[in-house]
Design a protein around this ligand. Structure first.
Ligand code: LLP
Length: 430
């Protein structure tokens, strides 16, 4: 199994940055998410540099849903990123992290009136998902005596090679406005008293390991941009969404680099905007590609049982890492305190949740595993903690950030007392 440069094995232990994961597990307890800030920065720089090599008007909007910890958002804010925010909570945290309102885009197919009002109050542009939503936003801005800038999300009607649950640009998807209706949407926005359409948004799906669909998406985007420009709209940004995947299986999978993404997409984009006679900024909303490999989830072995196969029962389940159960996704497993030992048998790593499906990794060749061993699940920085729950009344675990020689918690673990903090005693049960 090949490891990215921030993950190394020294004296038999898996290290992240310069930190021994076994020592971190002992110090902070398990389960534990550990993220490497330097890796986030390197991923971000590689993505941005690939794009700015082609065009100087690039704005990176980190997809906050991938990992919404404030410390993570602050790293992106520090590097000049904005964010794709999908809820009032993500919008609030992005602003607290110091991101500039003009670098945020409030996305989503089902926003409340309160969401729209918040966007107007905070001067954050809104990506609209329907004409109905545009009319509501117009009324809200009118009542507040102001105007609001927006984009529409176009549905490109594209099939992409990924898990069906995360292919968002299919003609049948709930997201976006069909290309055939998009002119009508912009016309209606131009006529609306308090709406200023300034952008065009698209997102084809997530965990895509081929650049061709992104080139196709860029083609759709510039084609629609030309039609919208011909209506008299001045487009100030075209937003490609996110979606570039990462290799979760370190032996069999390969992912395109951001440079390969840029090489496929940017010539189509540049040619298209030139033909349309416009010079909009190029916006992109990566999440997984920036965060995914920055993080390991450390989990301790509670017990080992051999029946028809060997089960390694650990203290993290789909309450903390939902991806394997939700998308049959693969995460590499390393026994962090036996990282140099040869495989001794085939194991299935199972969580503590009361469901048969609570399996984090099927049939992996691991060294002999014993209670107390620390298992690391790799590539858990995107859609890991952010999709966690308190199912089975299990408190969520802590998150640690490492940065060079430094290390600090970026979220404390919840306790059992925390579980009841938001619950009320009923007056008739006192
Ligand atoms: N922009 C929009 C509008 C999105 O909906 C998404 C992801 C992104 C950007 C970021 O996509 P990325 O670069 O991370 O692929 N929970 C699933 C992934 C859901 C993605 C939802 N939208 C998973 O664990 O695979």
């Amino acid at each position: 199994m090949t490891l990215p440069p921030h993950l190394t094995v020294k004296e038999g232990h898996l290290h992240i940055g310069s930190h021994d994961t076994v020592a971190l597990a002992k110090k902070y307890g398990t389960p534990l998410y550990v993220t490497d800030e330097q890796r986030i920065r390197a991923n971000f720089m590689a993505y941005r540099e690939a794009l700015t090599g082609y065009y100087d008007r690039v704005q990176m909007l980190y997809a906050a849903k991938a990992n919404g910890n404030l410390a993570v958002l602050r790293v992106f804010a520090d590097m000049g990123a904005g964010a794709d925010v999908f809820s009032a909570g993500e919008l609030y945290l992005a602003l607290v992290a110091g991101m500039r309102p003009e670098h945020l885009l409030f996305n989503g197919s089902s926003k409340t009136a309160e969401d729209l009002k918040l966007a107007v109050q905070k001067n954050v542009r809104v990506s609209l998902d329907s004409i109905d939503e545009m009319k509501q936003l117009n009324e809200i801005a009118r009542a507040m005596g102001t105007t609001v800038e927006c984009s529409f999300r176009v549905n490109p009607a594209m099939e992409v090679p990924t898990h069906p649950k995360i292919a968002t640009g299919l003609a049948t998807s709930k997201f976006g406005i069909p290309a055939g209706q998009i002119k009508e949407a912009y016309r209606a926005a131009v006529e609306a008293s308090n709406i200023v359409p300034v952008g065009l948004h698209c997102h084809i799906g997530s965990q895509i390991l081929d650049v061709a669909p992104f080139a196709k998406e860029a083609e759709v985007l510039v084609k629609v941009a030309k039609e919208v420009t011909d209506l008299g709209v001045t487009l100030r940004f075209l937003d490609m969404g996110g979606g570039l995947g990462i290799p979760y299986n370190h032996t069999t999978e390969a992912a395109p680099t951001p440079q390969e993404y840029a090489d496929a997409v940017m010539p189509v984009f540049l040619d298209g905007i030139e033909k349309a006679g416009i010079k909009p900024a190029f916006w992109v909303e990566p999440g997984r590609n920036l965060m995914g490999d920055s993080t390991v989830l450390l989990t301790c072995v509670n017990s080992v049982k051999t029946t028809h196969k060997t089960f390694v029962n650990v203290d993290a389940g789909f309450n903390l890492l939902a991806r394997p159960v939700m998308y049959d996704s693969y995460h590499e497993v390393i026994v962090a305190n036996k990282a140099e030992l040869a495989p001794a048998g085939r194991c299935t790593v199972t969580g503590p949740i009361c469901e048969t499906g609570d399996i984090l990794a099927h049939d992996r060749d691991l060294p002999e595993v014993a209670p107390g061993d620390v298992i690391a699940l790799l590539d858990t920085g995107a859609y890991g903690f952010s999709m966690s729950s308190q199912y089975n009344s299990r408190p969520r675990c802590a998150e640690i950030m490492v940065n060079g020689g430094m290390e600090a918690p970026m979220r404390r673990a919840e306790t059992i007392i925390d579980l009841k903090m938001t619950m009320e005693s009923l007056p008739w049960q006192k």
